[in-house]
Design a protein around this ligand. Structure first.
Ligand SMILES: Cc1cc2nc3c(=O)[nH]c(=O)nc-3n(C[C@H](O)[C@H](O)[C@H](O)COP(=O)(O)OP(=O)(O)OC[C@H]3O[C@@H](n4cnc5c(N)ncnc54)[C@H](O)[C@@H]3O)c2cc1C
Length: 449
């Protein structure tokens, strides 16, 4: 085969990239292509993620150039642009990483219908979605523990080395990355992590040396911020999930961390099998969600009067990131205390999160809302108890809620108890906790949570 296209999607790396590896092994000339798809940018392209993506593409371009190639960037419809590129380079085969969304299925179908030979490689998950299925029948798992037991015993492919040399077809010159310069980079949040494989690998090494050992005891400590922060690098494939798991698993005490990567795979296999659940309830509970625009706005702006909820929502606005414990509490507050539709929350998260990921975001939202895979669908997180437990000295709340910055210790979590010392600028709770519990119980028709 003389020329093959490797269509990068969200596998923006040269290390352990099975699609790139297969293209290099099968063809003399390789066309590393990325298409900035207008439909995708319009529908899912939150400015924070676009900023990260552009940096990741520039970094990938540099890595490919160092190997004699370069990234070919096109803008427009992904199928039309890939077909055009195939014509220009006389390539008939397209290698790309498998993915789970209905958009990615349409992309594969479109390329095939256009007459291209499409070869799909693993790489987005550790264990490819659909590889392990329940022994009792069915094509996917909907209970995590059963999946985890099978996943951890599954044989994994070897981590691949990056290619040493790439040859572009003569018709192509590297340096067509002009499109990257033309895309507006209107990031919403002020502090964002730098995108790209080089930075992702640097963070991974640092994490393995300095963070992993403390993960199981510190992962819920909001103030310590002691998680890997690898999520955007995993979302865009700047680091390989398999390489992350293999390098962590080689170290003692890594099980809890590896388990989180299994949650990621679990969510992906669920969406691969049931793509409609990114909008529809996995397990409908008969909810008739409230319509309360002012409550939604207060939640989005971090002005609910519950300090931990507000700190989480303001972290999201400022950093395009939120600690996992705060994601759980803020999502529970929206869906259960305010009884607003999880889709509203998922959309808001997706519009700001740098790691915003269709499978991880929607499946986690459904889990919290009790319409998903949680075995206790009616549990409610008490935001004050969560705060006293996971931010006992109030450091996390004071970091993000400036109105409360002068309140010492855990007292910051209950401003309503401060009497005269209560800062006037900080809002009253928009809903009473006990009333919210009663409303939710009534709506779900349950006596106990
Ligand atoms: C309502 C809600 C929405 C979420 N939306 C997203 C999202 O859009 N994108 C996203 O990547 N994660 C999402 N998560 C999961 C989790 O909060 C983030 O992955 C995590 O906070 C990222 O920080 P980290 O990389 O430091 O995680 P670490 O704790 O260091 O975990 C390592 C990796 O494991 C994966 N992981 C961790 N927790 C989960 C989880 N609960 N489900 C699936 N994978 C997990 C992530 O890839 C993460 O980078 C969401 C969680 C909730 C409750």
């Amino acid at each position: 085969m003389s020329a093959a296209i490797v269509l990068f999607t969200r596998d923006l790396r040269v290390h352990d990239n099975p699609a790139l590896d297969a293209a290099c092994a099968s063809a003399e000339h390789v066309v590393p292509l990325f298409v900035l798809d207008d439909e995708l940018l319009r529908r899912f392209g939150a400015p924070n993620r676009v900023a990260f993506l552009l940096e990741a593409l520039r970094d990938l371009d540099g890595s490919l150039r160092a190997r004699g190639g370069g990234l070919i960037v096109r803008r427009g419809d992904v199928v039309a642009e890939t077909v055009r590129c195939a014509r220009e380079t006389d390539a008939r085969v397209v290698f790309l990483a498998e993915d789970v969304s209905s958009y990615s299925s349409r992309r594969e179908q479109g390329l095939t219908q256009a007459g291209l030979d499409v070869r799909v490689s693993p790489g987005v998950a550790v264990v490819p979605p659909g590889r392990i299925v329940p022994s009792g029948g069915g094509d996917h798992f909907s209970v995590f523990t059963a999946y985890w037991n099978r996943w951890r015993a599954e044989a994994r492919r070897l981590v691949l080395k990056p290619p040493t040399l790439l040859r572009l077809p003569r018709a192509l010159e590297p340096g067509s990355a002009r499109e990257l310069e033309e895309l507006p980079e209107a990031r919403t949040s002020s502090t964002l992590p730098p995108g790209g494989e080089a930075e992702g690998r640097r963070r991974l090494s640092f994490w393995l040396e300095s963070g992993l050992g403390r993960y199981s005891e510190s992962r819920d400590d909001l103030a310590a911020d002691a998680t890997s922060r690898l999520s955007p690098y995993l979302h865009f494939g700047c680091v390989s999930p398999l390489e992350v798991v293999e390098s962590a698993a080689a170290r003692a005490g890594s099980e809890e961390f590896v388990r989180q990567l299994c949650w990621r795979d679990f969510n992906h296999q669920l969406v691969a099998a049931r793509p409609e659940i990114v909008r529809q309830d996995l397990r409908p509970r008969g909810d008739r969600w409230r319509d309360a625009e002012m409550d939604l706005i207060a939640w989005k702006e971090g002005r609910t009067g519950y300090p931990l909820v507000d700190a989480g929502m303001r972290q999201l606005l400022e950093e395009g990131f939120m600690h996992n414990r705060a994601r759980l509490v803020t999502a529970s507050f929206l869906t259960k205390h305010l009884y607003l539709d999880w889709r509203l929350g998922a959309d808001h998260f997706a519009s700001l999160l740098v790691d915003g990921d269709l499978a991880n975001n929607t499946v986690n939202w459904q889990w919290v809302a009790g319409t998903g895979a949680d075995t206790r669908p009616n549990r409610m997180f008490n935001p004050t108890r969560q705060a006293l437990r996971y931010d006992p000295s109030g450091v996390y709340v004071r970091r993000y809620v400036s109105e409360l910055a002068d309140i010492d210790g855990g007292a910051v979590h209950e401003p309503w108890r401060l009497g005269m010392l209560r800062p006037a600028a900080y809002p009253e709770p928009i809903v009473d906790h006990e009333e919210a519990v009663l409303r939710f119980r009534t709506a779900r028709g349950v006596s106990r949570l």
